[in-house]
Design a protein around this ligand. Structure first.
Ligand SMILES: *Cc1c(COP(=O)(O)O)cnc(C)c1O
Length: 230
């Protein structure tokens, strides 16, 4: 099976899962995580219909975005301050803002380029020490502090589920969806002009649960690009 076929199969399964969950397939973006492959494989995924790709290293983001500038490129990796200008220059969406101090730096880099940078806040819902992301109770304050930045748009939340049993995965995804709802309520009450419209959760092993629990973006790598996933 080729990357093209695997992409088409995953998209079909995502569409079916949406229908089963009573959701519209248009409401769930399938982000093809191309971090382990080269441009030839990206081209095959595009043949299968892929339009949006995720990268976790700035150099790869820049290289592949330059090769396929009409596709949408998202940054999903750990952010180092000194690479923020590069990331901002190439990313349509940054999923992985996990430190408050990065937001003013992203704002500055975006202002320089005359763009407004959409971002998601990464949240460590499961509380595992090894995971990056803000603690759930920190997120409101960080959003409020950043709401006045003119060149950053906070557009939602992202999480990674623990590699664990179904229950732990569902607690993590369900927790993020609930957190989004309660944050939105508090932001509205305080008249803060931020709309958390996106939830980025779900990867190769756990995207079906994420669709049931309200994700708007699944980030799938191996099921598309690894030939051992047939
Ligand atoms: C690698 C990666 C993915 C994709 O993981 P797969 O298990 O290959 O689907 C998704 N999100 C992030 C943040 C990643 O680093």
């Amino acid at each position: 099976m080729s990357t093209k076929t695997r992409y088409m199969n995953v998209r079909k399964q995502v569409d079916e899962a949406c229908e089963q969950a009573g959701r519209s397939p248009q409401d769930v973006l399938l982000l093809a995580v191309s971090k382990t492959v080269d441009c030839d494989e990206v081209a095959l995924a595009i043949e299968g219909g892929a339009t949006a790709f995720g990268e976790n290293r700035p150099d790869e983001l820049l290289r592949k975005q330059a090769a396929f500038p009409d596709k949408s490129w998202h940054f999903i990796g750990n952010i180092q301050s000194r690479r923020i200008p590069d990331i901002v220059s190439a990313a349509d969406l940054i999923h992985s803002v996990s430190k408050a101090e990065h937001l003013p730096k992203i704002d500055k880099a975006a202002a320089k380029l005359g763009k407004i940078q959409p971002v998601l806040i990464e949240v460590n819902v499961s509380g595992e020490e090894s995971k990056s992301g803000l603690r759930p109770e920190e997120v409101l304050e960080v959003i409020k502090d950043a709401a006045g930045l003119g060149s950053v748009r906070i557009q939602g939340l992202m999480t990674m589920a623990p590699r664990a049993d179904q229950e732990a995965i569902e607690r993590s995804f369900g927790g993020l969806a609930k957190l989004r709802d309660s944050l939105q309520e508090q932001l509205d009450e305080e008249d803060i002009d931020v709309t958390l419209s996106d939830i980025s959760m779900g990867m190769t092993e756990d995207w079906p649960q994420a669709i049931e629990l309200g994700t708007t973006m699944v980030r799938v790598g191996r099921a598309i690009f690894d030939s051992s996933f047939e």
